[in-house]
Design a protein around this ligand. Structure first.
Ligand SMILES: [Zn+2]
Length: 102
């Protein structure tokens, strides 16, 4: 039984296991998109285009929430990978807390 991140870092770059056990990708949120939409929404509201402004603000809020959710899901997956162990008898990986209770 080995620490998964440690095992993964010790593998040569071309190893098949290196790809199989790679850490989950980080999510890069494009915050400029919802921020830009919100700014545009406020500008439209100021210019008297109420309906268009409100639609943009709602979209900006929804997009912002969705992005922050995606980013926390990705963070969680990476944190789980960080504290995982790998069984060297079989290719199974599991979180450290499961190993303690097993
Ligand atoms: Zn095993």
């Amino acid at each position: 039984m080995l620490d998964l991140p440690e095992y993964w870092r010790s593998l040569p770059g071309e190893a098949e296991a290196k790809r199989r056990h790679a850490p989950p990708a980080a999510y890069t949120a494009q915050w400029l998109l919802p921020v830009g939409a919100a700014v545009l929404g406020v500008v439209l509201l100021g210019a008297g285009a109420m309906a268009a402004g409100l639609v943009l603000l709602v979209c900006a809020a929804g997009l912002g929430l969705w992005m922050s959710r995606q980013s926390s899901i990705a963070e969680e997956a990476r944190a789980l990978w960080e504290r995982s162990l790998i069984c060297l008898q079989c290719p199974a990986t599991f979180p450290r807390e499961d190993a303690v209770t097993a």
